[in-house]
Design a protein around this ligand. Structure first.
Ligand code: NAG
Ligand code: NAG
Length: 404
């Protein structure tokens, strides 16, 4: 019996009360289900409105939510990883750069920190007693790395690079912009498209030099695999759970996920195939030096010479020998604390963000071979053929460098 039929039959209040009771008996279950659904619907609506408002007005608030904050950030269109932005090198925004500056823009997990340190050794001619390499974020900073959620290069970091006083009373600027340095060094992971007018515009932009470095793709994925878990928990907390800790699963499972992320369409796709393709196109430009990780491993001495020539630094034999030693794995391992990334622009954050032992790894050529199934290796091989196949030299180089 539906309600209108009931009304017709029961025109008087007393009767209606009785009828309502019987109605309840009939449909009590459905009625409560409906009410619960309404409530759930309402709660979902409220959550959606709250998330929408946060996304619009204060997206950095997402990072206050433990463990999953970064997921809400990503779902509402936030860039990933959340602490890497674009902008400092864009045309029209890059007036803070000076002619002669060097940008070490290696592919991620392909020797970036290594080449930053080595470039610093070259600019100081190996005299790191006088000009110690303090930490990557101090001596060779990464402008696209946001150190406090909600801040940006334009609103805060550009200024703080000049004005920050470190806990020991020294000025941050003296580390990255020291008057004795022949050039300043900055870190990036960008490909040329992301450098605005600084590459390939016939010399109209500033005269910046770019050191680019690629690595065998499987080795890159292999190096990326322990990297997420290598961050300290305080850093994860700062960014609402990113990068997520996956110590509960196997290394091979981590490796499989990193591989998906680095494939075309993946979250980190720009860091692999497009990186190689786009740098390959400009590798003969005067202000670009593109090298391969495998070659630097095989011939560090030759690599130091190549870099010094590119930076127009003349080295004596003694200086060259010292620098080669300092750029070597043994020396860098002994000074591992320099490479774990502090956050000098975030004065609330006192630690280095990487765990001890997570940054300076052996990084042998061929690391990727043992970590992947034959099927995964085959998939990667086919992707390389498809995406580098337009130039057989590039395909060969991307896999092994020149020194096979
Ligand atoms: C530092 O100060 C200079 C001079 O005022 C300014 O041009 C630059 O944008 C500031 N920041 C950086 C990172 O150079
Ligand atoms: C990848 O690079 C292109 C520029 O070539 C850029 O438009 C895009 O936003 C980048 N993607 C990510 C996820 O950074």
């Amino acid at each position: 019996m539906n309600e209108s039929a009931l009304k017709l039959q029961c025109p008087y209040q007393a009767d209606r009360t009785v009828s309502r009771q019987s109605l309840k008996k009939v449909s009590i279950k459905g009625y409560y289900t409906m009410r619960v659904l309404h409530k759930i619907g309402f709660v979902i609506l409220v959550i959606a409105v709250v998330i929408g408002s946060i996304a619009t007005y204060a997206p950095a608030l997402f990072f206050k939510i433990p463990n999953v904050g970064f997921i809400l950030w990503a779902m509402t269109g936030g860039a990933m990883p959340p602490f890497i932005i674009t902008g400092p090198f864009d045309s029209g925004n890059n007036d803070w750069l000076k002619d002669g500056d060097v940008v070490v823009s290696a592919a991620a997990k392909s020797g970036t920190t290594w080449m930053l340190f080595c470039s610093h050794q070259i600019r100081t001619k190996g005299n790191d007693e006088k000009h110690p390499f303090a930490d990557v974020s101090l001596s060779t900073p990464w402008p696209e790395f946001i150190q406090t959620p909600g801040e940006s290069w334009e609103t805060h970091q550009r200024e703080k690079m000049n004005t920050t006083i470190l806990p020991d009373g020294t000025s941050l600027k003296d580390y990255w912009d020291h008057k004795d340095y022949p050039f300043r060094i900055f870190k990036s992971h960008n490909h040329p498209d992301q450098f605005g007018d600084l590459i390939g515009n016939g010399g109209k932009g500033k005269k910046i030099k770019f050191l680019a470095m690629a690595r065998n793709g499987l080795d890159q994925v292999a190096s990326m695999t322990p990297f997420f878990n290598g961050h300290i928990d305080e850093f994860r907390t700062l960014w609402g759970g990113f990068p997520p800790l996956t110590t509960w699963r196997t290394t091979r499972e981590d490796a499989a996920e990193r591989m998906e992320e680095l494939k075309p369409g993946g979250l980190l796709a720009n860091l692999s195939f497009p990186y190689v393709n786009k740098w390959w196109k400009v590798k003969d430009d005067e202000n670009v030096l593109l090298i391969h990780y495998a070659d630097a491993k095989a011939d560090l001495s030759g690599t130091v010479s190549k870099l010094a020539e590119f930076y127009s630094v003349e080295l004596t034999t003694k200086e060259h020998t010292d620098i080669v030693e300092k750029c070597g794995l043994k020396y860098m391992k002994r000074h591992e604390h320099m490479f774990r990334y502090t956050l000098p622009l975030n004065t609330d954050f006192k630690a280095s963000i990487m765990k001890t032992g997570s940054m300076i790894r052996k990084g042998e050529n061929g690391d990727g071979k043992d970590l992947f199934t034959d099927e995964q290796k085959e998939t990667w091989r086919l992707l390389e053929e498809e995406l580098y196949g337009d130039d057989p030299r590039k395909l060969e180089w991307a896999r092994h460098g020149n020194k096979l």
